[in-house]
Every structure is written in structure tokens, then in C-alpha cells.
Design a protein around this ligand. Sequence first.
Ligand code: GLC
Length: 745
Amino acid sequence: MTLEQKVGQLIQADISSIKPSDLQQYPLGSILAGGNSGPYGNERASAAKWAELVGEFREVSRNSGAGIPILFGVDAVHGHSNLPGATIFPHNIGLGAANDPVMIRRIGEATAAEISGSGIEWTFAPTLAVPQDLRWGRSYEGYAADPTLVAKYATAMTLGLQGKLESGKVLDAKKVAATAKHFLADGGTADGRDQGDARISEKELIEKHAQGYPAAIDAGALSVMVSFSSWNGAKHHGNKSLVTDVLKGRMGFAGLVVGDWNGHGQVPGCSAGACPDAINAGLDLFMAPDSWKKVYDSTLAAARDGTIAAARIDDAVRRILRVKFKLGLMGDTLTQRGDPALIGTADHLELAREAVAKSLVLLKNNDGVLPIRKGANVLIAGPGADNMAMQAGGWTISWQGTDTKPEDFPNGQTIGRAISDAVRTSGGIATISADGRFEAKPEVAVVVVGERPYAEFEGDAPDLAYRTSPADEELIARLKSQGIRVVVVFLSGRPMFTGKLINQADAFVAAWLPGTQGNGVADVLVAAADGKAARDFAGRLPFVWPANALSPISKPLFPMGYGLTYTKPSHLGPVNEKAGVDLTLSSHISNFVVRGKIPAPWRLDVDGAISTRPVDLSAQEDARKFTWNTDGKMTINGPAVDLLKQSESGAALMIDWRIDQPAKGPVLLTVGEATLTLQDLIGAKSAGSLLNTYIPLSCFAKAGAKMKTVAMPLRIAAPKGFVATIRNVRIEAKGSAGACPAVAK
Ligand code: GLC
């Protein structure tokens, strides 16, 4: 192999940024489809289309340069959840509640078969995080807070996905390479900040966060993914002592180490386009989704000038080739994957149904309202009653899982549909109505509420409070006032403070993110003709359940391992309803732009001639670019909010942005009735630099803004030619930052 071919092997590109023919010039070793990438730009492509695309990349790679086929990876983290029709299992937190390693292995086998059915041979799973602070948006990707259970699951899932490795033999065609991720302590960051810093002792690092890795390695895991996060300030992508000395040395990992989505760019002195330090720290494969050309050039230069030793390059190539051999991609007898008959089979769906049933945790069941008796009149209500997106959560069809449609799930049923079918089968009457309308008064209502889908940092929360919407509170109160007993089914990626909801409910079920098989919920909640539910509750809390909204959780409402059953009933008296945080000033009110998204209740209005689109600033689609094609303004509008307290307490409006193209005229910032010129704050800054611009709210108050009722918390007016990329805009309780900008004339 030439040096160019070796360096190419160390680089992975995303399908949305590379086409097969590019491999003739850039001999890359691997291709991925990230959360928002689908074959030929279609996130709803069929298994056959996935297999076709993988085949195209493989064909070009085999017939050019050294003829080494690419390795193709995808996030199949709760089943092959990129694929309409695939079996989508509960997210890891629900599997942790099931506490059933044997079932985990079966889920791994089914998932591997469905990934293989689409022609793919590598999944970026299992996540072995041990979440400590449930404000973390990826808590649901963790199985449990118990490292021992995580280690058991690491073994089971790895063996399920890969099968038992046998020396000299390739994996079965229905098996795929697993990825133990994200190394290390991704779930241990301060305040649960995604991609943040785990400020913990080596003892805690090992005892709490490392237990899954030796288990996965002993089970033969062929890859490990490095975490974006850091340990005591050292970014993992540049931490040689952990990646090389510990993972490869002491833990004896012989597979390949892949980076996370331009994560190498977070290493001090590195950028998304260049980071020899990461390879020298022990990374074998850059995940360089859109930066692969620059990474190729910079890594080749570093290999040529000796910044990266030849031995390191060879070791990385060897590890990558070893995985390719193991997957049957090399040599003459290629392992054939791509049998769509493996996808969404009856036994996989049955397994997912079982997993859903075993994942449910019963936290309250006063007066035996559950199981719903046969022949009953039942209402299924709430925003989650007939809502597959809420049921499946993030990493479903798309990265955030927020734009799915019922037709994306031909093999599933929502909780409402499943309960309705089960009630009717038992001779009862069932009505599904999100807003709780009915004709004949039901004796029991199942109200399905919970979190909206999110993935990664999108799910980072300021506290553990579940903010029941006023409509949902009113719905439950209305039902209760009519003497209708209420069963709350709570869909969430984590335990949350739900004191008032628990008190209002007669029964409360933690259902996590169950995926497509809503019938698994009906199996436990609805009595069949024989008067018994098909299954009793088996789930136990994999994390403590908080008694208030503060995190870390000082005194749980329910301990880890808690869970009622029909054979072990219990009466729950009133629980604390005080969140301990000021919900009215919750982050969503004072967060106007969050990583390029505009959270409810805010909305973005831009003048027609301003174009805007999501872009990657420091992570996947974490910012939004605004281009002023003529003079115009972008505005954040919403309900009038009371910002008087913040204004008087010295809080500031913070804009986290990059000026891509400076303005040739004044840039005006309006809050409420006051407009200030930003020129003196940003004028001097060079284009392209990241800025955190702070403007004390008191400056707007002094300029005439009525801070008690601010209905327009942000407007930026600028002249043609101004271009800015905005990542976050929020109110920060920060000391006033000096003089106020000039008031606009
Ligand atoms: C994401 C995630 C990682 C995933 C990768 C590819 O940023 O951190 O878990 O496997 O990128 O989608």
C-alpha cells in the first residue's frame, strides 16, 4: 500500500458529503450514514436502496487504488431505526428497566440481522454510558446507573450483534460489527452537559464509567468510539493515556478506534480539518463526515513530515483491515449481506413487544385501577396517545426523530391503537382522543404524556422538572372531576420530577421510549377475556426517580430497582409537588435560540430576502446561518414574558455567534421597544471569529423597553451583505458587561 492509500484508510466520510466516485481520488477506508443522512438524500429509503448505495461505495473502493473495500457504518441504536419497516426496540433506558441480559442478546441478534438485511455491516452501538446527571440529553442511551448491569449488557449486546468470534473465521452474514461507545465517561460530565467535562477521580472513572469496556472487549467488540467529552479538562480525542495506554494497552483492545463526528476538532490546537494529535493519541479512524478532504490532506502531510510515525499509521491500518477481514469484506469470498427478508420479521416484532412489556415500570396503582378490567369503557388521551414520534424518541428515521410520520412505521402500533384493540378484543369500548373528548363516559382514561423527541445535546435540560403543559394538566383535572380514573403513561428519556402528575393520577407508568410495538404496553395494562393481563409488570427503575427537580438527585422519590407489580400492589400517598426550581423562569423561556433551533414557545420570522439554514458550527447542525440578501431583519417572536427580574438583577442577553461577513452599515439589535446599535460591540471583531456578545438587559430598559412584557426578545436588523451564523441566544444571569451600546438614532 502507498502512504496515500494507508492514510486514506484512516478516514471516514458521511454519505451526504461524498459520492462513490470520489473514492477514486480519495482512497478512504470507511463511509458512514449519520443520523440525518439517507441513501441518495432520502432518509426514508428502502433496505434495497441502502444496500444499493453501500454496494456502489464498495464497488468503487474494490476497483480502485489498493482495492481495499470501504467499511460502512450506521447508527442502529434501538433496532435499525433508520429504516421504515424495521423493528424499533425500546431505547436503552427501557431495556435497562427490563433487567434481562438474555433478552438483550436476542435484541442484538435481531438488530444485526436487520442491519445486514439492508446491506450494512457495522453499527455504532451499544452505548455503554453510565449516566450520572439525568439532565444529560443522552441519558436514554444509557442502560442504567448500575455499572454491573451495563457490563452484563455490554457482553450480551456485543455477542448478539457480532456472534462469538472464532479465530480464522469471518462473522456470519447476519452479524455486524459492534461499537462500544463513547469512550470514556460520556455520562459523567458536570451538570450532564453533553460533550462536557467529567471532573471526577480516576477511581470513579474506573468504577462507574469503565466497566462496560472490558466486558465488550472480552465479548469481541470490533470497534470502540471515542467520546466528544473530556476528563478533567483533557478531551478524549487527544488523550493518549486513555485511548492508547488504557484501552489498547491495559484493556487489550485489538479492534479499531473510531472518532465521533469531527470530535477530533475539539482537541486543543486541532480543527475539524486537521488533527494529527488524535491519531498519535490512538485514534485509528477519523469520523470526518464533511471534513474528510482536509483531514486527508493534513494527515498525509503529517505522515510525510513524520508528525505521525509510520508505525502508528501501520498500526491503525492493520486494525482497520483486521475488522474488514473479520466482516468478510476482504479476499475473494465476500460475505453477502442485503437480504431484505430479514427486516421486520414476525419474531423480531414479537421480541420488541416482549421488550416493551418488560421495560414498563409501575410507580403507582392505587385501588387496583390497573389492569383495566375486561369489557371496560376506556378513553386513551393526551399528546402521546397516538404519537409514534413520542413513543420512539430520537435516533428514529432522522437524527432528532421529530419529523416522522405514521407511514414510517408500517410494522408498529401506537400505544393508543394497541390499547384500543386490546380493550375491544376483551369486549370493551375504546376511544382515542388526544384532547380527551368522548361520547359515552369512560370508567378509566389512559393519558399518555411526556417528552418530545430529542437526540444528544438537544435533550440537555436545565433541571429535572417535567413541565406538564397547561392543556395536559387541564385535561387530567377535567377527567378526574367527572369521576373518571386516570392512568398516566409517561414517555420520557429519563426519570423526571413529576410530583403533581403522580398525585393527579390513580396509576402512573414509566414507559420510557418504547419504540414501535405499542402492543407491549397493552399486554400489561389491559386485562384479556380471562380477566388477567397477558403480562404482569416486570420493570424496575434503572435510575432513581427524583422527588424534586434539582440535580444531582439528593433524595429520590423512588430508589433504583423500584417497581410495583400486580402481585405486589401498594398504595401511594401524596408526594411533593414543589419543583425546587423556578419553572416560570425555566430555560425554555430564556432560551431563544438553542444550538440553531428555536424552542417553543418562540418562533423565528425572517424577512423574505434573508435566507437561513442549519449548519454545523461545532457539532452536527448546532447553528443556523442567516444571509442578508437585502436589508432586512430576523425576529424571534413569542408570548410576552416578564424579564423585569432578570433586567434588574444584571442579567444579560448573550448571543453566541460567528460573523461570517461583516456589515457595511449599522447592525441594530432590538429587544421590546428598545433598539441599540451593535456596531461598537462587533465592529472590531474579525470576520469568522466566534463571539459571545453580552448586552445587559438593563441597557434595553434604559432605552425604553418595557421589561415586564417583552413579546419580541430579539430582532437583528442589518444591511445587504451581512452574514452571521447564530448558535445560541439566551439570557444569562451574568454581571452587567460594562457600558451599554449606543441607542439607535
Ligand atoms: C453523533 C453521536 C454518535 C454517533 C455519531 C454518528 O454525534 O455522538 O453517537 O454514532 O455521531 O452519527
